[in-house]
Design a protein around this ligand. Sequence first.
Ligand code: CA2
Length: 147
Amino acid sequence: MSKIIFVLNGPNLNLLGVREPHIYGSATLADVEAMCLAKAKALGFSIDFRQTNHEGVLIDWVQEARTAACALVLNPAGYGHTSIALLDALKSLTIPVIECHLSNPAAREAFRHSTYVALAATGLVSGFGAKSYELAIEAAATLSLKP
Ligand code: CA2
């Protein structure tokens, strides 16, 4: 069984730390990757951390996770609120899927209150800034050890 946790990030998250720090915090995506790596390593896992601005690429990576990962941490960003195709891809997975958000979308604009991803996720962590990712890695590691 693989010990690789995929951490996939959707559109505009490459701008993290550069704009809107009052909403998303001041950590850059590289900082978040370093935090995920350290947390996963401490738990005996490795990570494959990626970001894309393209829906089809994200879907390709979700499909890749089916066979290459023991768990998936996914911040779908805006696609979580819009993409049925992403939901369909996630439904093909049997590994744990942790939906992860920096902000708390439920406390923001109405159009962020629902995500398609949640329909296929094992659980969701949101609202803790970069710490959401650490918590999601912990959940992914714990769940992937279950028989
Ligand atoms: O809170 C999150 O992690 C979100 O997934 C972030 C998405 C947003 O559409 C979701 O509702 C919640 C937006 C990602 C864009 O990130 C930026 C970061 C810095 C500057 C501009 C955009």
